[in-house]
Design a protein around this ligand. Sequence first.
Ligand code: ADP
Length: 357
Amino acid sequence: MATVEVSNVSKKYASTWAVSQANLVIPEGSFFSLLGPSGSGKTTLLRLIAGFLRPDSGVIKIGGAVVNDVPPHRRDIGMVFQQYALFPHRTVLDNVAFGLEMRGCGKAERFERARQALEMVQMAGRENAYPKELSGGQQQRVAIARSVAVRPAVWLLDEPLSALDRKLRVEMQSELRSLQRQLGVTTIYVTHDQEEALSMSDAIAIFRDGCIAQQGTARDLYEQPANAFVADFLGSANLLEGIFTKSTAGMCVEIEGVHLPVASNQPFAIGDKIRLAVRPERLEFAELSSAKGWGLPAVVESITYLGSDSRFVLRTRRGTRLVARAASRSHLGSGGLTEGSEINVSWKPEETAIVAQ
Ligand code: ADP
């Protein structure tokens, strides 16, 4: 187990900064995801940590020691790639034992450890098979066994489940997470799948154009996104444009001419242009005629029944489109809202995030 520290790390390819001034501290034993759209620099950073690439500037430390000049095989890492990268002419057992052989481990011990690793990924009994005789999911299990057989201090996984079908992917997510807990190994996991990152990670760094847009726990990022990109990338968010201002009731935000309360301690000055991010499930709405208190007037444009809940598309008077989700029973059926209903939209100020425009 080891802490991984990345300080001001940058990497350029030709004219593109693939990673720019990245700073991360990944605590010992934690499961940390690098999440972001394709081309945002996740794999480049993982390869820098693995040692397959050298940073143009900055420092990478593993277990407190600077590793910038240390080659990959001396970094005490185990790595899993998207495409399993198994040797086709070696058996499953030989594939898993390979890393141990490279580290000078004797024959009896390496086969013993390879067998243990295969057991951990439910592949005991397939030691003598060749990769082509296995399904994609089984091949990835072998690749996972190979990466943990060396008992690395740091486990690096680059989109390891993206080639698998959805059902298998979800199963493997929980298996990987319990294997990680069992081993207690510091883990860095690259994915572009928000749900995967949210469900597996202790903490997440969100990448955008080579920069880290925000890092924190899944809850921090979802509840308090630092900017509009994070709010929209992680789950979906309604972004309402407004001006930070003051009314007789205190600090507020003016949206479409209406003064709406905000949670306290906002780092904005009067007159700042801001965006209010509200999750679809956090919007509250009631028929305009029965609404009490503040809110934005809007019209229900469409209602889509999705079983346990329904999706509402709302349009404010100035034409802003909002998406809301609410339990089906509270709004459908006799006396409920219908398309065209005039409503009042509100939210709990503490359940919103204000981001700069
Ligand atoms: P991600 O893993 O988030 O999809 P990458 O780290 O693979 O992103 O890529 C980040 C950026 O660096 C992209 O603009 C990509 O085109 C560029 N890039 C990645 N690898 C190379 C390479 N070997 N040569 C040139 N450009 C590259």
